[in-house]
Every structure is written in structure tokens, then in C-alpha cells.
Ligand binder design. Structure first.
Ligand SMILES: Nc1ncnc2c1ncn2[C@@H]1O[C@H](COP(=O)(O)OP(=O)(O)OP(=O)(O)O)[C@@H](O)[C@H]1O
Length: 641
């Protein structure tokens, strides 16, 4: 089906211009001149420019319209299509300082709050979507079951992943059927409105914004926020994507006399927008044999929105004052050209979720997936999967942390799916899931191993009756402690292949790749433990659960650290345990800590997913979404002061 790009115009209120002119040091005389209005609204679809030219659009907003009006008229009709499986794009275009970020709600100054009256489109869109997660979308019995966010910016012709806490460039490629593919882009699942807004706000703070002559916080990059929806109906799913595109404003680089980095950025911004103009002209022309999508990164990234499978609305933001005559004229011409473009849209259809045939899971002799330099994904089940570890020296001992560790694995498994690991390649659906798990496991194994090693060393030492020395004696090969017990333990400890053992253990929880989450939950439910000495945890136990008659128990949670005394060692230990808890516990566990509720728990988990572990309690101050006095309160009620 052909769908014309809808083009709407929003004129920035002149009251604002007056204040801005005064702020920029213009005197009253100049102001009289600058306040000459060059753009007037003639009707709900028509504007007159410079008393001469008329332009027709799909809608022209009143200058005093509020954000809700804009949302209702520009976006709600598209959201209704989004839940029917159509891809949708909401894009803002216009000169610098004309109100694009204000309209979209992507200004870094905008504190995310769905209560704010002037919340931009982004906040309202997220609120609309999450209200459909609990109730039906209105279509039969379908519900939005999952929302994934990605956020990228195009800065000086390079793409950056803003959901990554470290600077991460993204490669843009075309697949075999010329669809645009962003390689390795982070896609983070969000489970509440607050969670989504916090995440986007954190990412937005990483965006390139500078103070310029025309705007105190001018976006120096083009930003694309994507919300990928999974819609569920009677056990079947379909997917659709909403893109919010905040284009950087066109700039009169030469006229404004800007210099240095701002000028440089302006040149790149204009280059991208010029290429966008050429694409739009070519799309309008019946004779064009070629659409120059590849002329810039921006046009490549927007290919789907302008000529692919997307229902698109373009909101052209302009200023009505005499000073902006050139930029407003150019923007209106661009927008009216865009109105003639037609995209080809079709909805996605409901399908049963992808399932890997069981034969693919356990084909004998099949080479498992392997990344260069890593251990194979499906390592043989290691000794560590049993309740007793047998060391090369032949002695065996219990691993009391086994359950906590498995729980950690479950968390890990969940979080991989939830957050999508930041630097994972996009592969076919089955490979993708398997590789995500595998690579994220490998990424995190080292960190996890450190804590685990220490506990293992303690267990080993506990077996050496009558000796009192720290586990550090084993971990630290240079330790001065050279008693025969330590030597014996150390040689046993060194002989353990912990990495492969641990990797084997972690992968064992994720054996059923057809539905990782379900398998993990089933695994949790199906584990049966008769007693501490004979708690066999094997894949066969997990699989044969239906025949198991014993009462299932959930894996115990990480113990909630409690202060044991006031001595220096006890305090240090307590602080260490609590930090470990914050870094390893699940959200449910974290929110049970005094002063931490579900919202703060969620913010901490999101921060952890994006930035890795918290270095110390001070890091809590950097977690977005926490109350102002959260840190102070947390330290007080958790006896950390
Ligand atoms: N409709 C409006 N009502 C009130 N204030 C507005 C409106 N539009 C824009 N503003 C204000 O004008 C200023 C500039 O707006 P904004 O940053 O959204 O411009 P922009 O088009 O995104 O600029 P740039 O391209 O430089 O990033 C902001 O302070 C914003 O609050």
C-alpha cells in the first residue's frame, strides 16, 4: 500500500522569540524590525510566507498550541497503526532553534516526567505504549508484550550508540535485499514507562549538544530513537518499530560567522541535510533513475522512513520572525517537497515465535558455535555442576555457593535477553540468541570468576582442618604463607580449570535455546534437591522434570548482607558484601534493601546493565532516576556511615 508522508508545520511562538532576542542582546529598535512577522497561518492546512507565497501542508498548528495537541494530531493516528504491525517514523525538521527537540521532547534539558504538562512527543508516546501493555490495544485480544529501545546519533558522518556507556561506533550496512542494518547496535528491553524514560534520558545526556548563537542547547547531531514492539495475540507475535528522528537544525554557517568546532559540526549537519534534500527531490521525480541514499550516513539511516516500509510524519518547525527569513523559506520548501513522497507500507503478520527444532539442539558431532579465542559454547558439563568439586589431587569438597551461583547464571541469562549485549553481531534469529548468551557469558565470566575463586579457595581451605589462613594465600601466588597445607591447597587450586568449569555451568542453564527465558524459569522450578550432599544438577534432571515427583524448590536468593559488629574488619566485610550484593543481586532482591523500592531497584539494575558494576557506594550518586537524597538515605539506613 502506498502511504504519503504526512507533513505538518509548527510555528514557534513569537513571545519566545522576543525573549530570545533580548537574551541575545538585541536592542528595542532592532527588536521592532526583528519582530516583523514573515509567516502567518491562513487555515488549518495553509501558511502564507512573506506576504507572497502560500504553502499547503497536512496540518498547521496554532502558535499557542500545546504539546498534547501536537501529539494527538501528529502521532496518535500513527500509534494506532503501529500496534497493527506497521512501522512508523516521527521526524522533526527545521532550522536551528526552531523547536524540534522541544516538540519531540528529546532536548537533553527535558527531565523525563510523564506528569509534566509540556512533555514532548517522546514522553507521551512512551506513556501511550505502556498504557497498552496492561490493557488490550483495542484490536481483538492483542497486547504489547515487549518494548526494546535503541538510541543512536549521527555526528560528523559517524554513527554512535548512545545506549553504550563507552564511545561505540556503529557500522551501517545493507543486507542482501538492500535493507539497512545497523551492526552491533544495543537494544535494551524496558519494562516500565519510568525505566524507558530513565534509559533514554541517560543516553540523551551523551548526545552532542552545544551552546550556539541561535540556541543555548543546540543539537550538534541527528538522533534516532527506536522503540521496537512485540505484539502478542493468542500465543502468536508480531513486531513493529517506531522511530523518533530529531534532525539537527540547518545552519547559516557562513552568515552567522561561527568558527571552530561549531562551524565544523555545522558543515557536517548541512551536508547530511543537503543529501536528505536530494533524496527527497529524487523520490519526487518521476524520471529519477537513482535515489542517492548512499550520499550520506543520514540518508542511509533514514532510507526506510522515506522510501521503505514506514508510515511517516514530518513535523517542520519554523520561526516566524523577519530575522529567520532565509532559513524559514528553505525549510518550508523542503517540507512541501517531502509531502509528495509516498512510502510502501505493509504490516507484519502474527507468527508463532521462532522455535529451534530439538534435533538442532543436540546433533551428535555437530561443531558448536565458536568465536575466535573463546571456549566452545557447549562445553561438556563440568565437575562444578555437581554439588562436589573434585580437584585434580583427588580430594572433593562441597561448593556451598553453588545455588547462589546458579541464581546468578539465571540472572545473567535474563539480563542478556533483556539488555541485549552491547557489542554482539546481528545474526539469524537462532544464532543471535545463542551467540548473545555465549558472548555475554564470556564477557562476564572473568568478573564473576574473581568472586567465585575467592569463595572456592575458602571452601578448599575449610577442608584443611586446623589451619587458619586467608583465601588470599591461595589466590595470591606470592603469598608469604608457605605452610604445607597452603602449598597442598594451592597446587590443587591451581589445577582446577575454573574458566571452563564455570562456562560449562553457565551454559548448562541455557541449554534450551528455543526459549531461553522459559528454559531458565523451568530449570529453576525443576531443580530438586534431596540433600546438600547429593544435589545432582544435571541437564537430564532439568529435562526430566515432568517425571520428578519431589517437591521443587526455588534457588535461594543471595543472602542479604547484615552488619555483624562494629570492629573495623566487620565493617569492611559488611561494606564489601553489600557492594557485591548491589552488583550481583536481581532487582527483586535489591529492592528489598532498606530505602530501596522497586523504582530505585530498577534504576540500579538499568545502570548496572549499561555501565557495568558499581565501583563503590559513591557510584550510586551517578545512577539516573534515583531521588536526590537517595545516596545519603541509603548510606544512613544501611549502616554505611
Ligand atoms: N513551541 C514552543 N514553545 C515554547 N518554547 C519553545 C517552543 N519551541 C521551542 N522553544 C524553546 O526554544 C528553544 C530552542 O528550541 P529547541 O532546542 O527545541 O530547538 P531545535 O530546533 O531543536 O534547535 P537545534 O536544531 O539547534 O537543536 C528552547 O529553549 C525551547 O524551549
Amino acid at each position: 500500500m502506498d502511504a504519503p508522508v504526512k507533513v505538518q508545520v509548527r510555528i514557534k511562538p513569537t513571545d519566545n522569540l522576543k525573549t530570545e532576542c533580548l537574551n541575545h542582546g538585541l536592542n528595542d529598535e532592532e527588536l521592532q524590525h526583528d519582530q516583523d512577522i514573515i509567516l502567518v497561518k491562513l487555515s488549518s492546512t495553509k501558511v502564507q510566507f512573506n506576504e507572497e507565497k502560500e504553502f499547503q501542508f497536512d496540518h498547521v498548528y496554532e502558535t499557542d498550541c500545546n504539546q498534547k495537541d501536537v501529539f494527538e494530531k501528529s502521532t496518535v493516528p500513527l500509534l494506532k497503526q503501529l500496534v497493527l504491525g506497521y512501522n512508523v517514523t516521527v521526524m522533526a525538521y527545521g532550522p536551528t532553534g526552531s523547536g524540534k527537540s522541544y516538540t519531540l521532547g528529546t532536548s537533553s534539558a527535558e527531565v523525563p516526567s510523564h506528569h509534566a504538562n509540556n512533555a514532548g512527543l517522546l514522553t507521551q508516546i512512551i506513556s501511550w505504549i505502556f498504557s497498552r501493555m496492561t490493557t488490550s490495544t483495542g484490536e481483538d485480544d492483542q497486547k504489547i508484550s515487549k518494548v526494546q529501545v535503541s538510541f543512536l546519533e549521527i555526528y560528523k558522518e559517524e554513527i554512535f550508540d548512545l545506549l553504550s556507556s563507552v564511545v561505540k561506533k556503529i557500522e551501517i550496512k545493507n543486507d542482501k535485499v538492500e535493507n539497512v542494518v545497523m551492526e552491533n547496535i544495543s537494544e535494551v528491553e524496558v519494562c516500565s514507562q519510568e525505566n524507558a524514560l530513565d534509559l533514554i534520558h541517560t543516553a540523551n545526556m551523551r548526545r552532542q549538544v552545544k551552546k550556539t548563537k541561535s540556541n543555548d542547547s543546540s543539537s550538534r547531531s541527528h538522533a534516532i530513537i527506536s522503540l521496537k514492539l512485540e505484539i502478542h495475540k493468542n500465543g502468536e507475535s508480531r513486531f513493529s518499530t517506531l522511530k523518533i528522528v530529531d534532525l539537527a537544525g540547518s545552519e547559516a554557517v557562513a552568515k552567522d560567522g561561527v568558527m571552530g568546532e561549531i562551524k565544523n559540526e555545522g558543515i557536517f549537519i548541512n551536508k547530511g541535510l543537503l543529501a536528505l534534500g536530494k533524496v527527497i527531490t529524487a523520490l519526487n521525480s518521476k524520471n529519477a533513475s537513482h535515489i542517492p541514499h548512499r550520499e550520506s550516513i543520514l540518508t542511509r539511516a533514514l532510507k526506510d522512513s522515506l522510501s521503505g516500509n514506514s508510515l511517516t510524519v514530518l513535523i517542520c518547525c519554523v520561526k516566524a520572525d523577519f530575522q529567520s527569513i532565509a532559513t524559514t523559506s528553505a525549510a518550508l520548501q523542503f517540507a512541501s517537497k517531502a509531502r509528495a513522497i509516498k512510502t510502501k507500507v505493509q504490516p507484519s503478520f502474527f507468527k508463532t515465535p521462532f522455535k529451534v527444532p530439538p534435533t538442532q539442539l543436540k546433533t551428535p558431532g555437530k561443531t558448536p558455535f565458536k568465536t575466535p579465542g573463546s571456549t566452545p559454547f557447549r562445553t561438556p558439563l563440568a565437575q562444578i555442576q555437581r554439588s562436589k568439586v573434585v580437584t585434580p589431587g583427588g580430594s572433593s569438597f562441597a561448593v556451598p555457593e553453588k545455588m547462589a551461583m546458579l541464581e546468578k547464571c539465571v540472572d545473567l541469562d535474563e539480563s542478556v535477553l533483556v539488555s541485549g549485549s552491547s557489542n554482539l553481531p546481528k545474526l539469524s534469529e537462532s544464532d543471535d540468541i545463542e551467540n548473545r548468551i555465549h558472548m555475554a557469558v564470556m564477557e562476564r565470566v572473568d568478573t564473576f570468576l574473581e568472586g567465585f575463586k575467592d569463595k572456592l579457595a575458602q571452601s578448599l581451605l575449610a577442608n584443611c582442618s586446623g589451619t587458619h589462613f586467608s583465601s588470599q594465600s591461595l589466590l595470591d601466588g606470592n603469598s608469604a604463607d608457605n605452610s604445607s597445607h597452603v602449598k597442598a591447597c594451592r597446587s590443587e587450586f591451581d589445577g582446577l580449570n575454573l574458566t571452563s568449569a564455570l562456562a560449562g555451568n553457565i551454559t548448562s542453564t541455557s541449554e534450551n535455546i528455543d526459549s531461553r527465558r522459559r528454559s531458565v524459569r523451568l530449570a529453576e522450578k525443576r531443580m530438586t534437591f534431596s540433600d546438600a550432599n547429593d544435589s545432582r544438577l544435571s541437564i537430564s534432571t532439568l529435562r526430566r522434570s515432568s517425571t520428578v515427583k519431589k517437591v521443587s524448590k526455588r534457588a535461594p536468593a543471595l543472602p542479604l548482607p547484615t552488619p555483624e559488629g562494629n570492629s573495623k574488619e566487620q565493617v569492611v566485610k559488611y561494606r564489601k558484601d553489600l557492594l557485591y550484593f548491589l552488583n550481583h543481586a536481581s532487582q527483586c532482591q535489591i529492592q528489598k534493601l532498606p530505602s530501596v523500592g522497586p523504582k530505585a531497584g530498577h534504576s540500579i539494575i538499568t545502570f548496572r546493565n549499561l555501565n557495568g558494576m558499581l565501583k563503590d557506594f559513591e557510584t550510586l550518586k551517578m545512577v539516573p532516576g534515583l531521588r536526590k537524597n537517595f545516596h545519603e538515605n541509603f548510606m544512613k539506613v544501611n549502616f554505611l556511615e
